[in-house]
Write a protein that binds this ligand. Sequence first.
Ligand code: ATP
Length: 211
Amino acid sequence: MIGVYGGTFNPVHFGHLRTALEVKELFKLQRLHLVPCRLPAHRGQPEADAEIRMQMLAAAVADTPGFYADRRELERDGPSYMVDTLAALRSELAGDTPLVLFIGADAFAGLERWHRWQHLFEFAHIVVMTRPGFQPGPLPVFLQQRVVDDAGVLSVEAAGRVFFQPVTALAISATEIRRLIAAGRSPQFLLPDRVIALIRQHQLYQATTDQ
Ligand code: ATP
């Protein structure tokens, strides 16, 4: 089973990395692709250049076996659509290899606004990373009929299912890290030291325009 974890990673932090490690272990992933988006399709342009976000991510996961900082969305023109990323990955894998897209419950709530969202399921399963005790609201029939209660199904089929997986959500956000830095405060212990070193080197987030 191969996993995909997308995001802006502006910058990558221990909230991302801890959940990524948990799902890698829980689902016994052969490999987890962490995929920074080039142009976020659903939000404003982030402040750090895509190449630098990629460098920070690569530095963060360099020593973690099975984690792969995947630059494929940086190589494509136009907005980063997850459906294109999954289609590309699927074409590199054997047809029966399960592919799983991991997304947060917040992102899942807006899934129907994603470009060609229904086609995501031709290429991958979706695992929604939730806080313990999370109860999904009513889902559209298209999604509801894909939900499985047994994670085992995800390794038997290659794509097409939805599963809810509780994970440890640390109270860390990239927005808060950017705010701290802009306010001249230290972000230490919220993200890897190597990422902090890159932030210093490139003088990122000194003045942040987004809240
Ligand atoms: P921002 O604060 O800029 O919105 P973010 O920290 O939420 O950024 P993103 O790169 O937008 O990070 O998120 C990528 C994925 O990581 C999303 O699926 C999101 O749900 C998840 N995620 C973000 N922060 C955490 C956290 N603290 N714990 C667990 N998952 C997280």
